[in-house]
Design a binder for this molecule. Structure first.
Ligand code: C2E
Ligand code: CA
Ligand code: CA
Length: 578
């Protein structure tokens, strides 16, 4: 907009030599005029006179008398705001900073191309014009911002949408779950992994695989339109169901979803179908954080997968145990290789005299920190499965024999041997070599085997045991009573000791059948002329009872706990009992 487009007041200008009377008369005659121009002989502005400056003075008492005759030059401002008709208002707006707007001039003197006076443009009109222009500009800017924001949203939505299924992607899914956690909103997270998807893809090609994914997305939506569904990647889908809890009702709903997903669909080769493994976990029941929640749903899904599909909900006892197991398996090899499985020694005691007769070597975990300390019942099955039991045995045995080499030579050292190890015929020779190197006599060494060991390969096992026996080593049958020992077996083997399992020993006081088994085992050992050792003695009553039954040896927390050293607290415990 130009100044020419604004309202122009064609008030006559004042001559430079004029008196104030003229100016005052003009202002009085034209109440809307707030500025008068003062021109020279050629009509060019030489100054300006503003209403505020002169009228205020003239309006006072005796004002006119005092001011009328004074020359206007006394009240003149320099001709600062002189503009032409084609000059843009915006240019002036640019020259006025925010603060100056409030002290903007009362008016602008408009001149023609030659610089001669034309009229006055009121300052307020100019301000109004500037404002109007800015308002239009702001509206336009707002419009522009809106267009760009919606374009951006659309671009983001496209980037966060899986083009194949039209579902959200993993990033958005994570965001949504984070919101649920932040709001502490009870919700259910469902993980779906298709079964046989890879097979389908490989066999029929990607077109069919794509159909399977699209169909799955559609079916999930049809199942419950109110859930938030995302494709998490590959053939994995995630569902977030706010306000849901994992009750029986919900589980049966998930089973219905599972049925839906397993139904055949039509694709290139005809009717094909995929299966699905569905895992569900509830917040906050099953998890306290977003990461834990994902982990829980994933665990449940994996359990469903192990079960050839179907629906599983997170189960802390099972899923955490699995996670523990996985952690343990991961660090098992290094623990064995680096000799981080170390021996503990638990004494066994002569029941009649209370003297320590020897120590049983029990494996203990000193491996990497995996959040818990696994006991041998947890790690030995894994060691066996990983084929590391032989390595572990030799590592633990050599450490144990080193410690034991300084013990009283009357004492025995009992080593637990896993059934698997007997497949190696060299076992006796190797053990003999180790004993010699550590300075432990062969007749100090006792081998503890469980009955399960025998059944693997009876003939072979008997061979190995005879060999050990011929070297002077003792053989103890461990956990007696828990397996299927036949009398023949017991008679065939070169046994020197029966160890009665602690489950019988500990329940003998309140179970008649256990009591009979303990008595019978002791009787059997006497008949075979071998020793008998009762395991798991935790109280004096049990110990006293065993003494009455004339059991030879006893082992248990009462007499000494497994320890890294060869400690002999057993005597005092025994006498306290006696
Ligand atoms: P086991 O050979 O029957 O060992 C006796 C288990 O009973 C040990 O458990 C011992 O700590 C525990 N125990 C001893 N006294 C008491 C008691 O008074 N009360 C109770 N409740 N328990 C008692 P641990 O050390 O946990 O070993 C468990 C099993 O792991 C062993 O049973 C054995 O079968 C196996 N094991 C331990 N170390 C080795 C090893 O170096 N090699 C092999 N192959 N197996 C081992
Ligand atoms: Ca044992
Ligand atoms: Ca045992």
């Amino acid at each position: 907009m130009t100044f020419g487009a604004l309202r122009i007041e064609h008030t006559s200008p004042l001559q430079a030599g004029a008196l104030c009377r003229e100016a005052i008369d003009q202002f009085v005659a034209h109440p809307s005029v707030r500025l008068l121009a003062v021109v020279d002989g050629a009509g060019k502005p030489v100054g300006a006179l503003s209403r505020t400056k002169i009228i205020v003075k003239a309006a006072g008492q005796f004002g006119r008398a005092l001011y009328d005759k004074r020359p206007i030059t006394e009240f003149l401002d320099p001709p600062r705001f002189v503009v032409t008709a084609d000059q843009a208002v915006a240019d002036i707006a640019g020259s006025l900073s925010g603060d100056e707007v409030t002290v903007a001039p009362d008016g602008y003197i408009l001149v023609d191309a030659d610089g001669a006076y034309v009229g006055i443009v009121d300052g307020l009109d100019v301000l109004r014009a500037i404002l109007e222009q800015n308002t239009r500009l702001i509206a336009k800017l707002n419009e522009e911002v809106k267009i760009r924001a919606s374009a951006e949203r659309e671009a983001r939505r496209l980037a966060d949408t899986d083009t194949l299924t039209g579902l959200s992607n993993r990033r958005i899914f994570i965001e949504e779950t984070e919101v649920a956690v932040a709001r502490q909103e009870p919700s259910v997270l469902v993980y779906i992994d298709l079964d046989r998807f890879k097979f389908l893809n490989d066999k029929y090609g990607h077109v069919v695989g794509d159909d399977a994914l699209r169909t799955t997305g559609e079916r999930i939506r049809a199942w419950r339109p109110d859930v938030f569904v995302a494709r998490l990647g590959g053939d994995e889908f995630g569902l977030l169901i706010p306000g849901a809890t994992l009750d029986a009702n919900f589980e049966s709903e998930l089973s219905r979803l599972h049925e839906l997903l397993c139904e055949p669909f039509i694709s290139k080769p005809g009717a094909v179908n995929v299966g699905a493994s569905i895992g569900a976990a509830a917040f906050p029941a099953d998890a306290t954080s977003r990461v834990e929640w994902f982990h829980a749903a994933d665990k449940a899904m994996q359990r469903a997968k192990l079960n050839q599909g179907g629906v599983r909900r997170f189960d802390a006892t099972i899923d955490l145990a699995q996670a523990k197991h996985a952690r343990l398996t991961d660090s098992m090899s290094s623990a064995v290789a680096d000799s981080m499985i170390r021996p503990a020694f638990q004494p066994f005691v002569n029941v009649a005299t209370g003297e320590i007769a020897g120590y049983e070597v029990l494996a203990r975990w000193f491996g990497p920190d995996i959040g818990f300390t696994p006991g041998p019942n947890e790690f030995i099955p894994i060691v066996e499965r990983l084929g590391l039991i032989d390595d572990m045995f030799w590592s633990v045995a050599s450490q144990a024999l080193d410690v034991f080499s300084v013990a009283d030579p009357k004492l025995k050292i009992a080593l637990n041997v896993s059934p698997i190890q007997f497949s190696n015929r060299m076992f006796p020779v190797r053990l003999a070599a180790l004993a010699s190197r550590s300075g432990v006599r062969f007749d100090q060494i006792e081998i503890e085997i469980t009955e399960t060991a025998m059944f693997r390969d009876m003939a072979h096992t008997v061979d190995v045991l005879r060999h050990l026996s011929s070297l002077g080593m003792s053989i103890a049958l461990d956990d007696f009573g828990t397996g299927y020992s036949s009398l023949t077996l017991v008679k065939e083997l070169p046994l020197t000791k029966l160890k009665i399992d602690k489950s019988f020993v500990q329940s003998a006081s309140h179970s008649a059948s256990s009591e009979k088994i303990v008595a019978a085992a002791i009787g059997l050992s006497k008949a075979l002329n071998i020793q008998c050792c009762a395991e798991g003695i935790e109280d004096t009553r049990t110990l006293n009872h065993l003494r009455e039954l004339e059991c030879d040896l006893a082992q248990g927390y009462l007499l000494g706990r497994p320890s890294a050293h060869l400690v002999g607290q057993s005597r005092s415990a025994y006498h306290a009992a006696g």
